[in-house]
Design a protein around this ligand. Structure first.
Ligand code: PGA
Length: 247
């Protein structure tokens, strides 16, 4: 059985004060949730505050991005050493917004995953097709390329894959459960071609307009092991309901 994994991606939202007020409410709402990995990825500026508040709780800290060198002249970047130092256990890599707005290629993403793993950070590795790619029948080609290039020469331990169809992110258009399950099944097959039986242990999350209203149906799909949640993770009660999904 794969342990469910529910992660909040706050993107560029929440000040330190807003982070404190969210966590003060959220920690008590989910303290009895035992059989699920709960992860929160605040912006870099709130990591320290979140790290302090999350000590001795059942919630793990993630960063939203990473750079692939340990230190040096890379103005504006944050290294894996700095992330582990501040208490991060995971990092989101390859989010479609980073691919689209910051021109991250599969090659850069591969380097970032290697750097994260070198420092034993868990990786939430994001993949997914655009609307145009889906409509022209290229969904599986895109997923195959992103998996093969992104995970090139990388062992599967510590990797969680997040399938996020770009057309479903922040749009209110969730993939149907059939679309999600089809893509997740395909992703698991690709992972099996890289890792054999170990693919059955890799958690595959769905992301894209996940809400308290659709989480239960998504989690009922056999290959959906969790969720990466943007908009609906910004309110403590709504994210707590997602964490406490019912199968
Ligand atoms: P959303 O974002 O839940 O707001 O669609 C998900 C994500 O981009 O990780």
């Amino acid at each position: 059985m794969r342990r469910p994994f529910i992660a909040a991606n706050w993107k560029m939202n929440k000040t330190i004060r807003e982070t404190e007020s969210f966590l003060n409410e959220f920690i008590s709402l989910v303290q009895d949730a035992k059989d699920v990995d709960i992860v929160i990825a605040p912006p870099f500026t709130a990591l320290h505050t979140a790290s302090t508040l999350l000590k001795n709780t059942n919630i793990q800290l993630s960063a939203q991005d990473i750079f692939y060198e340990d230190k040096g002249a890379y103005t504006g970047e944050v290294s894996p050493v700095m992330l582990t130092d501040i208490g991060c256990k995971h990092v989101i890599i390859g989010h479609s917004e980073r691919r689209q707005y910051f021109h991250e290629t599969d090659e850069i993403i591969n380097k970032k995953i290697k750097a994260a793993k070198k420092h034993t950070l868990g990786v939430i590795f994001c993949i997914g097709e655009s609307l145009q790619e889906r409509e022209s029948g290229k969904t599986f080609d895109v997923l195959k390329r992103e998996i093969e290039e992104g995970l090139k020469d990388i062992s599967p331990d510590g990797i969680v894959v997040a399938y996020e169809p770009i057309w479903a992110i922040g749009t209110g258009k969730t993939a149907t459960t059939e679309q999600a399950q089809d893509a997740h099944k395909y992703i698991r097959e690709r992972l099996a071609s890289l890792y054999g039986n170990k693919a059955n242990e890799i958690r595959i999350l769905y992301g894209g307009s996940v809400t308290p209203d659709n989480i239960d149906a998504l989690m009922a799909c056999p290959d959906v092991d969790g969720a990466l949640v943007g908009g609906a993770s910004l309110k403590a009660d709504s994210f707590a309901r997602i964490v406490k999904f019912k199968r």
